[in-house]
Design a binder for this molecule. Structure first.
Ligand SMILES: *[C@@H]1O[C@H](CO)[C@@H](O)[C@H](O)[C@H]1NC(C)=O
Ligand SMILES: *[C@@H]1O[C@H](CO)[C@@H](O)[C@H](O)[C@H]1NC(C)=O
Length: 342
C-alpha cells in the first residue's frame, strides 16, 4: 500500500522507456501479391513432405486387433433371443470356464518391442462420479489410510479401510493373456508399463493393499497384498483414467520378433464383465515407429493443409496474371470502377 501511495505522489507520468512510448522496432509487412503467393507456396512445400513422412511412418506400423467379448462366450450360451442375458449369466457364474483361445496371423513382420494393449469400447472412465472416486492422499502415504476423499461406496469393509479405495481401483481390469508364436510360448514383459511419475510420486512404495475386493461384490482384479501400490503397474495404468469411452491401455511388451504369417495363439482369461453394459473388449498387438502407434490423421491433415496452400497460391497467381490490381489505388476496392465526379 505505502509504496503505491509513494509512487503516485511522485508523478503520474510513467518513466520514459522505449516500451511505454511504443518506440520499439517493429515489422509491419505489407501484404503484396508476391509476398502472399510466396508464403503460401513455402507453406505448401514444407507441409506436404512432413505429411507424407508422417503417413508413411503410420503405414509402417503393424497392428493386429481382435475383438473377443462375443466370440469368447461358449456357443451354448448364445441363444439369439436372450443373448445379452445369457452372456451376463456366463460371465457372472464363477464355475464357468472363462478360458478362450484365439489364433491370429501376423500380416507383416513385427519388430520388437511389440506392445500388447487391451481396448475397451463404451466404457466411460470419464464419468463424473467414477473419475472422482479416488483418494490420492491415501495412495501416497501409509498413515493416510482413512483419508477416503470421494471413495464412497468403496471406502470401508466391515469398518476397516480399503486400500486402494474408490471405484476406479475396485473396477480394475482382470482379463489376462498368454501368447505363443508358432506354439512357442513367449513372455509378456509387464515391467515399466506405468508412468514413472506415478511410480515415484503418486503411489507410495510403502502403501500395501488392504481389504481390497473383499466384499461379496467383486469389481475386478485382486491385488497381491505383499506388493506396494507403486509396484502394481496394472493398477497404475488403470488408474490413469481415459478421457474417451473407447480407450487402450498398455498390458505389456513382447521383446521377440514375429515374422510375417506367423501363427499367434492367445489364451485369454475372459473374466471382466463388460457384458452388462454392452461394452466391447479387444486385444491389440502393435509395433511403433517414431510417431508412435498407427495414426494417419496428423499426416493426412498436413497433406490437406499443404495442398490447400498450394492450391490458393496457384489460384492467386492466375487471378493476378489475368486481372492485376495496381497497388495503392483505393478506387479498385470499390465495386463501381468509375466513382462519380464531385
Ligand atoms: C454350456 O456347456 C458347459 C459345458 O460344456 C456347461 O457347463 C454349461 O452349464 C452349459 N450352459 C448352458 C447354458 O447350457
Ligand atoms: C473379474 O472381474 C469381474 C467383474 O468385472 C468379477 O466378477 C470376477 O470375479 C473377477 N474375476 C477374477 C478372477 O478376478
Amino acid at each position: 500500500m505505502s509504496s503505491g501511495d509513494g509512487a503516485s505522489k511522485k508523478s503520474k507520468k510513467p518513466r520514459y522507456s522505449r516500451f511505454t512510448q511504443q518506440e520499439l522496432p517493429a515489422c509491419k509487412p505489407i501484404l503484396t501479391p508476391a509476398l502472399v503467393m510466396a508464403s503460401f507456396i513455402s507453406l505448401g512445400i514444407t507441409f506436404i513432405p512432413i505429411g507424407v513422412s508422417h503417413l508413411s511412418a503410420s503405414e509402417q506400423v503393424v497392428e493386429i486387433r481382435e475383438q473377443y467379448d462375443e466370440i469368447c462366450v461358449p456357443s451354448n450360451y448364445t441363444n439369439p433371443t436372450t443373448a445379452h442375458q445369457e452372456r451376463i449369466r456366463f460371465i457372472q457364474d464363477s464355475r464357468t470356464d472363462k478360458t478362450c483361445t484365439r489364433t491370429l496371423t501376423a500380416p507383416h513382420k513385427m519388430k520388437p518391442p511389440i506392445f500388447v494393449y487391451y481396448q475397451l469400447d463404451d466404457f466411460y472412465q470419464n464419468h463424473r462420479r467414477y473419475v472422482k472416486s479416488r483418494s490420492d492422499k491415501q495412495y501416497r502415504k501409509p498413515r493416510s489410510e482413512t483419508e477416503y476423499g470421494d471413495c464412497d461406496p468403496e471406502s470401508t469393509f466391515n469398518n476397516m479401510p480399503i486400500v486402494p479405495c474408490g471405484l476406479i481401483a475396485w473396477s480394475l481390469f482382470n482379463d489376462t493373456y498368454r501368447i505363443s508364436v508358432n506354439d512357442i510360448a513367449i513372455p509378456i514383459n509387464k515391467k515399466d508399463i506405468a508412468w514413472k511419475s506415478d511410480k515415484t510420486h503418486k503411489f507410495g512404495s510403502d502403501v500395501f493393499p488392504k481389504n481390497f475386493q473383499n466384499s461379496d461384490l467383486v469389481g475386478g482384479a485382486k491385488l497381491n497384498e505383499s506388493i506396494p501400490l507403486s509396484e502394481q503397474e496394472d493398477l497404475l495404468v488403470w488408474m490413469r483414467t481415459a478421457a474417451l469411452p473407447t480407450f487402450r491401455k498398455l498390458y505389456g511388451r513382447i521383446e521377440t520378433e514375429i515374422e510375417a504369417r506367423d501363427r499367434i495363439t492367445v489364451v485369454i482369461q475372459n473374466n471382466y464383465n463388460t457384458y452388462s453394459f454392452r461394452g466391447k473388449k479387444n486385444l491389440v498387438l502393435s509395433t511403433t515407429t517414431w510417431i508412435g502407434g498407427k495414426n494417419p490423421f496428423l499426416g493426412q491433415m498436413y497433406i490437406i493443409v499443404g495442398g490447400l496452400c498450394l492450391f490458393l497460391a496457384i489460384a492467386f497467381i492466375i487471378v493476378y496474371l489475368i486481372k492485376p490490381r495496381p497497388l495503392g489505388d483505393p478506387s479498385y476496392l470499390s465495386w463501381n470502377k468509375n466513382p462519380p465526379a464531385h
